[in-house]
Design a protein around this ligand. Structure first.
Ligand SMILES: Nc1nc2c(ncn2[C@@H]2O[C@H](COP(=O)(O)OP(=O)(O)OP(=O)(O)O)[C@@H](O)[C@H]2O)c(=O)[nH]1
Ligand SMILES: [Mg+2]
Length: 200
């Protein structure tokens, strides 16, 4: 998969507000500050997604229309950049609003081909991650775990995290990624291209 162009469409709170009924979609979710917007920018080689040093700043789902070429054919896929969860300073009411919006969006959307779930390679999973995992499995939503910011961690610690997340995801190996160095970008693009083509 080679990305030709990406454009910001709009911010939405529900799947019904996305005006591309037949276009496959890849969602990017994860904790606040994990690097979702940076990963999207890295994949599309453009600064379309706003990144922030202020965690918890994104409150809506940002929709990008991505034009790509694969096996000599041009096609379109939607990338959706989700607001981060698990930011400690967010009130309980706001955390519940987040949950309602995200769960509503993911369940009401049959265009989703995969949910790219970003996890900071320096962190361990916790109760929140466990809840999300159980919820995704219970709704039979397909997801791809990706460990981000690998440029900030040593090889040895990365290997340890890969093993521990492999257990967490019941045998599924997480992919590795760095928006800073581009590590893992080619593989992740290949994976997304495969998913989008396979099922659309
Ligand atoms: N070293 C390093 N820093 C990164 C990487 N990815 C993101 N960052 C930094 O982490 C911070 C947060 O990145 P964002 O891409 O805005 O994270 P986000 O998940 O979109 O954040 P929210 O939208 O607030 O949930 C920024 O300061 C980025 O520069 C990476 O791979 N390596
Ligand atoms: Mg963001």
């Amino acid at each position: 998969m080679r990305i030709i162009d990406a454009k910001y469409v709009k911010g939405v709170a529900s799947a019904a507000d996305v005006d591309f009924p037949d276009v496959p979609e890849i969602c990017f979710i994860g904790r606040s500050n994990v690097g979702k917007s940076s990963l999207i920018n890295s994949l599309v080689t453009q600064s379309v997604a706003k990144t922030s040093s202020r965690p918890g700043a994104t409150r809506i789902i940002n929709i990008y229309r991505v034009l790509y070429e694969s096996q000599g054919r041009r096609n379109v896929v939607i990338f959706s950049d989700f607001p981060g969860f698990g930011y400690a300073k967010v009130s309980r009411a706001m955390a519940l609003d987040w949950q309602k919006m995200v769960e509503g969006y993911l369940q009401a959307n049959d265009r989703i081909k995969s949910i790219i779930w970003l996890l900071d390679v320096r962190r361990d999973f916790d109760d929140l991650d466990e809840m999300l995992l159980e919820w995704l499995i219970s709704k039979e939503l397909p997801f791809t775990p990706v460990l981000t910011k690998v440029d900030k961690e040593t090889q040895g610690n990365i290997a340890k995290k890969v093993r521990s997340y492999e257990r967490f995801f019941s045998g599924e190996k997480a992919r590795l990624f760095s928006a800073r160095t581009g590590f893992g970008k080619k593989e992740l693009l290949g994976h997304i291209g495969h998913i989008v083509q396979d099922k659309s």
